[in-house]
Write a new protein. Structure first.
Length: 443
């Protein structure tokens, strides 16, 4: 840097150089690739470090190679770059991989801070909070939520509500679904009351409420929240819709139509968020399916539970998939489709996992054997269910299977065995203490 260059030029060169370096790295260009054919890698290095103030011609050359305008590069205010960053967040949601999401969100947060885009930075930090929850790092998640909340002071209520959803997820994972439900309900009611019923944010709030209601044993409220959430999930194929919007945004950017590109990028983000929420939406289908089954709508229950089972299996949620598989098997049994029921039940029993789920599967297998006239098989599976529920301390389920097997024995003309089972089984029920387990969030 020349002695004759004023301090303001030095500072400006440093800011411009940092932007050149960041944009070059994001686009995967080497210093030589950015420089050629008119400049050298050493010159680019000097600009990026703030040791050289580039000429107007050099700025124009770098801007063209980086896909921005010279004004964007010199001022740091780039509508086109903001659109690109929004597109990157949408692409991260579509990818779904934890490490990739974390990398993109960190890069976007840094770039948004450079561009003085607090809402964009906050959304990237909310993404980092979500990654931290998936990694079971509550301290990191809380810090990112605090930073996002500070950035969103003065933002529209439906934007700030995203922080409330994040805090509710943190509370749920800490084992406090009641407080999580309170946060979600307050945020949802405030949006509707104040006139900011953003459909995507309401979708998130209702979907998160589903698992809170389930954890608290309120199946009716869970089914209602699930119905509300699924009514807002308007895209039948959100990944495809998001990809199409991203293609449109890229084409608009290339033709210099930045404002229209921003709209397409936001539409891509809305669709991509549904992809990121796919396992949670599957839980909504499950809750609605349970409600439909309770109301006697077996066809509706089958559609919801089958859809939930497929998504949870594809989304790498084997424990939840097995739980839903047993519920689906119960519906198949009620519909007179034993072959499909049996295949799902084998997965729940043979692959291990939650003993309560295995016990429930054994109960249904017992019913299937009884339908076949295989009394010995029915008793064997139902006694396995009894053992599973007893070991897990589940009094209500244990009592139900005791009564079921006793009724079957009575029908098999074994009244004395039925009476002995009732005496022994109900004594075991009395000996058990209630155990209330709050499920943890699943990444």
């Amino acid at each position: 840097m020349s002695r004759s260059e004023p301090d303001g030029a030095v500072a400006a060169a440093g800011g411009l150089g940092a932007r050149v370096q960041r944009l070059r790295a994001q686009r995967g260009l080497t210093q030589r690739a950015l420089a050629e054919p008119r400049y050298t890698a050493a010159y680019v290095s000097a600009v990026e470090s703030g040791r050289r103030v580039p000429s107007a011609e050099a700025v124009a050359h770098f801007a063209e190679r980086l896909g921005v305008t010279p004004s964007d590069l010199t001022t740091g205010r780039s509508p086109a770059e903001v659109v690109r960053l929004r597109m990157r967040l949408a692409e991260a949601d579509l990818a779904g991989a934890v490490e990739e999401t974390a990398t993109v969100c960190r890069e976007v947060a840094g770039a948004a801070a450079d561009l003085a885009e607090p809402v964009l930075e906050a959304r990237a930090r909310l993404g980092l909070a979500g990654v931290a929850l998936r990694r079971d790092e509550p301290g990191t998640a809380s810090a990112q939520l605090d930073r996002a909340e500070a950035l969103l002071v003065g933002a529209a209520p439906h934007v700030r509500a995203e922080v409330a959803a994040g805090r509710a997820g943190l509370a749920y994972q800490a084992g406090d679904p009641r407080y999580a439900r309170y946060l979600l309900t307050e945020a949802r009611d405030a949006l509707v009351r104040d006139g900011y019923p953003d459909p995507t944010v309401l979708l998130i709030l209702h979907a998160e409420l589903v698992r809170c209601h389930v954890a608290l044993g309120d199946e009716g409220a869970a089914a209602e929240a699930a119905t509300q959430a699924l009514a807002l999930a308007v895209f039948p194929a959100p990944a495809r819709v998001a990809g199409l919007h991203l293609s449109v945004a890229a084409s608009l950017l290339a033709s210099g139509r930045t404002a229209e590109a921003a709209v397409a990028a936001e539409q891509a983000r809305q669709a991509a968020r549904q992809v990121a929420l796919r396992w949670l939406l599957a839980c909504c289908h499950r809750a609605r399916g349970q409600g439909r089954r309770g109301a006697g709508d077996l066809a509706g229950a089958l559609a919801d539970l089958a859809g939930a089972h497929a998504v949870l299996t594809d989304a790498g949620q084997p424990a939840l998939a097995r739980e839903v598989g047993v519920e689906l098997a119960e519906v198949y049994h009620a519909l007179g489709q034993p072959g499909r029921a049996e295949a799902l039940l084998r997965d729940a029993v043979d692959l291990g996992g939650d003993p309560v789920v295995a016990a429930r599967a054994e109960r249904v297998r017992g019913l299937l054997r009884d339908d076949d006239g295989d009394r010995a098989g029915a008793e064997r599976h139902l006694r396995a269910a009894l053992a599973g529920y007893r070991a897990a301390g589940r009094r209500r389920e244990l009592a139900a299977v005791v009564l079921l097997l006793a009724d079957l024995m009575q029908g098999w003309d074994r009244p004395d065995d039925a009476l002995d089972l009732l005496r022994e089984g109900l004594h075991q029920v009395e000996q058990l203490g209630e155990r209330v387990a709050v499920p943890r969030a699943t990444a």
